[in-house]
Structures are given as C-alpha cells and as structure tokens.
Design a protein around this ligand. Structure first.
Ligand code: PGA
Length: 243
C-alpha cells in the first residue's frame, strides 16, 4: 500500500484526476470503477475540466459504479445514478452503453448482482478502481462485519452509512434506503490498480486504522494492505494520524 499526501483536498482530487486522464490516454478503453459520496466531487470536477480542455476522451472508456441504493429508481434525485449524471455523465462523452450502475429497483436483485459480475467480466475486469473510505472503514457498501461477501451483493446499510448519506435525502437519514447493492470486496480487490481518495480530519482516525492497523473485515479498507497495487491519496488532514 502506497500513501501519497498532498497539501489539500483539492490538490489530492486534481492529482487523481490527472492520473486518470493520463491512464485513459495510455489505454483509451480503460475500465474504471467509480465511487460516489462527498469526497469524489472535486475529483469529478477536475476530470470534467480536463475533458473540457480536450485532455481526456471518454469515448472508449467503460465505467462500473461501486454501489447503488436498493428500492429507489435511477431517476430518484437521491440515487447514485442521479449523482453520476450530476457530477460526471452530463458533462463528458461517456457512452450510455458503457456506463454500468447497479439497478436498485431490479427484481429479483439476485439476478441483477449476478449480471453485474458477468458484465464486468465481459469488459475484462476493472483496470482502475477509485474508492472513498467510509468513516466506519467501509469500501463501496461493504460494511464492517465478521465476514464479507466477495461478489456483488445486496447489503443492509448501517445507521452510520445511512446518516452519512442523509444529504442526498433532504437531510433526513430515515429517508435513506435501508438496503443497497454493492460490488463485493473480491470484486474491488480484483481491480488491477486501486486508488483510495480520502480528505478531511473526520477521516484521519479510520485512515490510520485501515492502513497501519491489522487487516480485518471489521475495517474493510484494511484489506487494501494486501492489494499488490493500491495507493491512498490523502490530504494533510486525513493523513494527520499516520505515523
Ligand atoms: P464520503 O463517503 O466521501 O461522503 O465521506 C465515502 C464513502 O462512504 O465511501
């Protein structure tokens, strides 16, 4: 696990956006794993700016999102589909058929999560997965637990994760769906390269625990310590508790 510390959240976001743009220039049909949440917003803003300046062309890129809420449709403003349209898809030339986001309304959900793995395999697997880290150490919606599902699956959200997403639902965490569909931990760790982006003082404790503590399913992000090609890109505040 490599750790890169930059002076600000903005500098971290810009560095990751430049790395992604460079990766796409080198491999125009790159397969990307994409996160949602507050942390990646400046990253998407930087990536869109690079696209506007002609520095990155998404025409052949494929994307797979990490997760989506269960039980709300893609056009619900709180959905991660809506988030992705707002922050990336409405602004770049990704082909709609190259964008795969789990369908939270799919019935039966078991078929949807299995199909997601089939679609990812057909694309050749993830070349580069971009991740955030939850304050509880989750990756995607792989929540801390005694055991984790390797493949894409349905998950019951912790109260902590529902509260962390309250902003998307008018600040009312009880309106946040109780379940989600998420890439499995094995799906994520199968990415050839993983970049975890974390910023802000409220992530300092979990960052230190995940990257310098024991590898445990109780801190899903700690599993990145055994990934052969994982990098954490942090601002100074998120890195403050690292030795
Ligand atoms: P955040 O979410 O960027 O909103 O803190 C990160 C995550 O839960 O993975």
């Amino acid at each position: 696990m490599r750790v890169v510390i930059l002076p600000s959240a903005r500098a971290a976001a810009e560095a990751v956006a430049r790395f992604v743009a460079e990766s796409i220039r080198t491999s125009p049909s790159l397969v990307l794993g994409l996160p949602t949440g507050r942390t990646p917003i400046p990253f998407y803003r930087s990536l869109v700016a690079l696209h506007r300046r002609g520095r990155v062309d998404f025409r052949r890129v494929r994307t797979f999102n990490l997760d989506e809420f269960a039980g709300i449709p893609a056009d619900h403003p709180g959905s991660y589909h809506a988030y992705m349209r707002r922050h990336l898809l409405d602004h770049v030339n990704l082909r709609p058929s190259h964008v795969r986001i789990l369908d939270g309304m799919a019935r039966p959900w078991r078929r949807e999560v299995a199909q997601f793995e089939i679609d990812l395999d057909a694309a050749g697997g993830l070349d580069l997965a971009l991740l955030g880290i939850g304050r509880n150490g989750h990756l995607g919606f792989n929540e801390p637990a005694g055991a984790l599902a390797a493949a894409t699956h349905r998950v019951k959200l912790s109260a902590a994760s529902r509260k962390a997403n309250a902003d998307l639902f008018g600040g009312r965490w009880r309106d946040v769906p109780t379940h989600a569909l998420s890439m499995g931990i094995g799906t994520l760790l199968g990415a050839r390269t993983v970049i975890l982006l974390a910023s802000g003082a409220d992530k300092a404790r979990i960052v230190a625990r995940a990257f310098t503590g024991p590898v445990t399913t109780q801190v899903p992000a700690s599993l990145l310590q055994v990934h052969p090609n994982a990098v954490a890109v942090l601002d100074r505040a998120a890195a403050a508790r690292l030795p």
